[in-house]
Design a protein. Structure first.
Length: 205
């Protein structure tokens, strides 16, 4: 059946210093406040991009250095379909590196994907020591132990990085806790600007 792809774009921002083809997969197990891709989750994004369209770009854009599987949340897709797709990318362009962007909720999926990708971008949405705050941000109850396990699995890979939007409900103490945790990791952490998404339906109190 293949992956459920909503859209894709070419960007020089997703992987620092590299031109990347960013593929947005549909579906997510989180309902994050101010999610900028919420239409991929609710089903309002009706577009369906075929895998062959993406592979055409891989084959015909020689400047591409990376493919990024984003979302939504890639790990809610069929793991077999995702691994098959990644292997096809690397068959076409053995030089291309592949990164998967994830909320870290499915460490077993990351463990399998680690065999075929070059790294992960793992979101750290609040201090792991504050599961209630984490769940508030994600809009669902989150197992922060699973997120931490995913972080450990991803750490040190060539393309791995960690990201935290500077949500307005995170205090300076929360930022310090995240930084203290990530300072002990091998891969870099980025504190990113927060962008409000007023029409996101997950912005409930």
């Amino acid at each position: 059946m293949g992956l459920s792809i909503g859209s894709y774009l070419i960007s020089s921002k997703e992987v620092p210093g590299r031109w990347s083809l960013v593929v947005f997969l549909k579906g997510c197990n989180f309902r994050c406040r101010h999610c900028y891709n919420w239409r991929l989750i609710t089903g309002e994004e009706k577009a369906k991009v075929k895998e062959e369209e993406v592979l055409y770009e891989v084959r015909n854009q020689p400047f591409l250095e990376c493919v990024v599987l984003s979302g939504g949340e890639p790990t809610v897709s069929s793991l077999k379909d995702m691994i098959d797709f990644i292997c096809r990318v690397k068959e076409i362009r053995p030089d291309i590196r592949v990164r998967v962007d994830t909320n870290g909720s499915e460490p077993e999926a990351l463990r399998e994907l680690k065999e075929v990708v070059d790294g992960f971008a793992v979101d750290i949405k609040s201090p792991l020591e504050k599961p209630d705050l984490y769940s508030y941000t994600a809009g669902v109850e989150v197992d922060t132990d699973a997120v931490e396990e995913s972080i450990r699995i991803a750490d040190g890979m060539p393309l791995t990085l960690y990201r935290t939007p500077r949500y307005p409900w995170l205090g300076e103490g929360d930022i310090v806790l995240i930084k203290t945790f990530t300072d002990r990791l091998r891969s870099p952490w980025h504190l990113n600007r927060f962008f409000e998404v007023p029409d996101c339906p997950f912005n409930r109190p």
